[in-house]
Write a protein that binds this ligand. Structure first.
Ligand SMILES: [Ca+2]
Ligand SMILES: [Ca+2]
Length: 224
């Protein structure tokens, strides 16, 4: 009986190590237009070349700047503690339509940079008239852009807010990864959301390190 328990324990330990101990990156692909909250003047728009045919932006003409109101919020369930990076699938026409504000709580404080104008939360979006990936950065200390990294000490619910800074900047999708060291989209293994990713996002399911659905959002929240 005693040995049986030890063997059972070893089997469980082996399964645990096999499942989570191999260092797989956490990877979560999100559609911008499936955000949990979108406040005007940030709106959903259609584009045939965008993932899922839609993206979000504050509508506006190129080259005029303006903006600074409205945001999209994503409730993201973090399945493992550690460092995370974000990539955005974007279009940024010119120097007056190439930025968002980004906060990701609880790693970031509950601050509204649209009010505080804090450049620590300013994402200078890489320019380009076609959809392309850009790692989210910070305009820290007004000294230029640095790849942003967020550290989460607890698993569970986090809130990512992408706020309008300049109108006409377009966001199609977001890729969340625990591979915070990768500096190119290829190295970060970025992907646009699949049908399964969209299902997970819509139904509020969490994912494990290998991207398999493990538990419902509601069930996970109850364990806190
Ligand atoms: Ca700009
Ligand atoms: Ca999209």
């Amino acid at each position: 009986m005693k040995y049986g328990i030890i063997i059972l324990w070893l089997v469980c330990l082996t399964i645990y190590i096999t499942e989570i101990g191999h260092g797989a990156d956490v990877e979560i692909a999100l559609e911008a237009e499936l955000a949990d909250v979108i406040t005007a003047p940030m709106v959903i728009a259609e584009n045939d070349l965008a993932s899922n045919g839609e993206y979000i932006w504050m509508e506006g003409p190129k080259a005029t700047g303006g903006g600074g109101e409205g945001w999209a919020e994503f409730n993201i369930n973090i399945p493992e503690t550690g460092e995370y990076a974000l990539w955005g699938h974007v279009i940024a026409w010119d120097g007056n339509s190439d930025s968002f504000w980004v906060t990701w709580q609880p790693a970031d404080p509950n601050e509204n940079p649209q009010a505080t104008n804090n450049n620590d939360f300013r994402w200078a979006v890489a320019g380009g008239n076609d959809w392309h990936w850009d790692r989210i950065n910070r305009w820290t200390d007004n000294e230029g852009t640095f790849d942003a990294m967020w550290e989460f000490d607890n698993i569970g619910e986090t809130v990512l807010r992408i706020g309008v800074r300049e109108d006409a900047t377009q966001l199609d999708a977001i890729f969340v990864t625990s591979n915070a060291d990768a500096t190119t989209a290829a190295a970060a293994n970025v992907r646009l959301p699949t049908d399964e990713d969209r299902k997970i996002q819509i139904e509020g399911l969490s994912v494990d390190a290998k991207g398999k659905v493990t538990t419902t959002w509601g069930a996970l929240k109850k364990s806190y």
